[in-house]
Design a protein around this ligand. Structure first.
Ligand code: AMP
Length: 547
């Protein structure tokens, strides 16, 4: 027997429509590339998104067609998300920090037919245009009177002019909820990037999941500033979660330095934020140097790479900001786990609670996970045994766009497919997961594994260390041994011996790094994560002492 409830597909257009109807005067504030602050409401955002959708329809854009963006976090980018996705086309967000050749490759692989960009990226567009024959128009997201002229671009269009050609009477179509809405390529440290193609259904379910109190815990009382870019897994879904709950949203544009972020936090009353650890290094450095405090900022989600415990403590102890450590990946929309306490933890001593909160956390309903050995057998949830982390769920990808790489799933005895994350992790008896390492980064010493993340976290707790990375380097007897690479804080002094002494008593003796090297900076990839591959190349000719 069938149930008797209404059939309403889960569509992203309904998120913005809901916000426009029920939180119509809630603000979306953006720092524009033009330099000023722009503010309008969800109601206005929906009206402009409808016009844009209508304009694209008039241009002949059809269902499933890919339209790309190369843009910072801003209101026009938000309109692109909803206009393109809402009309049944696919919003393909490209990371502008990739090499232009790689961007052109991605545009062609995706088959993008239009590309909207912030003016910052005009030089990239000029460099790639002749290599992207399928792109029918390059859309400059800027006021009409600031529209650039470019001799290199035959089909350069102005965003505002395009939008003005559409009608706000446009109605969002009722699509199949399984149809594609968004495309995001993985940063791909090896080989070509691969595309994760989200559906309307997966995106709306992810937005529901993200909003839950023990996930991001977003509400209509929050003012949320995603520092994580809208080109990095849809700013972790916040452009969808904020309208779902009716939160005010603040989009920081291109100015992501500590001072600019702090000023925006204060002027807009930001309560909540999200970003990778490296952006918070800049913000924390600024507030410390300037001797200022946050007046409204209360919580931030940190993920994308392991959040050093020292950062969690600084936020909490010095600034009263709770850190929610989160883990996920492009192939998971991205949220997998977030670290929040359960009722039974509340009575535990403070230090035990803090230790727990350093983990990557507990799954959100909608994601299941397990750890397995190399043969695929389940491993114990004891918080110590580590293995390959597999996931499944309605917002986890089942295959890459255009079938790249074949079937990525691993099948269990019941024939259920699991996505292999490429991460190595432990899970404790309460279901809290902790990432030991990316499987490519774990250091294999004498047949045993050493977690580079653990060693980095400890180094980051030293007062003279600004940033740290640990890589495995070749060793004739042990295969690999850990090398600690350190960036010192400006003006701070510390020696190799002092850093190694700092590890004593905190780790097993055989985990002790064999050497320390000091560098001015660490190589950072397109999504703000330390590029271990580049670092390994940098230390390719390095030999450990005595080897
Ligand atoms: P991406 O798809 O580029 O966002 O990368 C996903 C990968 O980032 C994951 O598979 C992890 O290796 C890593 N990652 C994400 N969040 C965390 C975290 N909180 N701790 C450690 N690694 C993380």
């Amino acid at each position: 027997m069938q149930g008797l409830m209404m059939e309403m597909p889960l569509l992203v257009s309904s998120l913005l429509h809901h916000a426009a109807r029920h939180h119509g005067d809630t603000e979306i504030v953006s720092r524009r590339i033009e330099g000023d602050i722009h503010r309008y409401t969800y109601a206005e955002c929906e009206r402009r998104s409808r016009r844009l959708a209508d304009a694209f329809t008039r241009q002949g854009v059809g269902i499933g067609e890919r339209i790309a963006t190369l843009a910072w976090n801003g209101y026009r980018h938000m309109e692109m998300y909803y206009a393109v996705g809402g009309m049944g086309a696919v919003i393909h967000t490209i990371n502008p920090r990739l090499h232009p050749e790689q961007i052109a490759w991605i545009v062609n692989h995706a088959g993008d037919t239009h590309l909207a960009f912030d003016l910052t990226f005009l030089p990239i567009i000029e460099a790639i245009a002749e290599h992207c024959p399928n792109v029918r128009s390059w859309i400059a997201m800027v006021d009409e009177d600031r529209q650039p002229a470019s001799a290199k671009l035959a089909n350069l269009v102005n965003y505002e002019r395009l939008l003005a050609g559409g009608s706000e009477a446009y109605r969002w179509p009722e699509l199949d909820e399984r149809s594609a809405v968004g495309l995001c390529y993985t940063s791909g440290t090896t080989g070509n990037p691969k595309g994760a193609m989200y559906t309307h259904r997966s995106t709306v379910l992810h937005a529901y999941g993200a909003a839950l109190p023990d996930a991001m815990g977003a509400s209509a009382r929050d003012c949320i500033l995603p520092v994580v870019p809208m080109f990095h897994v849809n700013a972790w879904g916040l452009p969808y979660t904020c309208p779902l709950v009716g939160a005010k949203i603040v989009l920081p544009g291109a100015q992501l330095d500590g001072k600019s972020l702090y000023e925006l936090f204060e002027s807009e009353g930001v309560t909540y934020s999200a970003g990778v650890p490296t952006v918070w290094l800049g913000l924390l450095q600024y507030v410390k140097q300037a001797g200022v405090r946050f007046s409204t900022f209360k919580r931030t989600v940190i993920g994308g790479s392991a959040c050093p415990p020292a950062m969690i403590r600084t936020f909490e102890d010095d600034y009263g900001v709770d850190v929610i450590h989160a883990w996920g990946m492009t192939e998971m929309s991205p949220l997998g786990t977030l670290c929040r306490l359960q009722n039974k933890h509340l009575a535990q001593p403070r230090e035990a609670r803090r230790k727990l909160l350093e983990k990557q956390g507990h799954v959100v309903f909608g994601v299941d996970m397990k750890i397995v050995d190399d043969q695929g057998s389940d491993l114990a949830w004891d918080g110590k045994t580590f293995g390959n982390l597999l996931v499944r769920g309605p917002w986890v990808m089942r295959e890459y766009f255009r079938g790249e790489g074949g079937d990525p799933l691993k099948y269990d005895a019941d024939g259920r497919g699991w996505f292999p994350t490429g991460d190595v992790a432990t899970i404790d008896a309460d279901g809290y997961m902790q990432i030991t390492d990316r499987s490519k980064d774990v250091i294999k010493s004498g047949g045993e594994w050493i977690s580079s993340i653990d060693l980095e976290n400890l180094a980051m707790a030293h007062p003279a260390v600004a940033n740290a990375a640990v890589i495995g380097v070749a060793h004739p007897k042990w295969d690999e041994r850990p090398l600690l690479v350190v960036v010192k804080k400006p003006g701070a002094e510390v020696t190799r011996e002092e850093l190694l002494a700092f590890y004593e008593g905190k780790i097993a003796k055989w985990w002790m790094p064999d050497d320390v090297q000091f560098v001015d900076s660490l190589p950072v990839g397109a999504t703000g994560k330390i590029l271990k591959t580049r670092l390994r190349e940098q230390f390719h000719d390095y030999r450990l002492p005595g080897v």
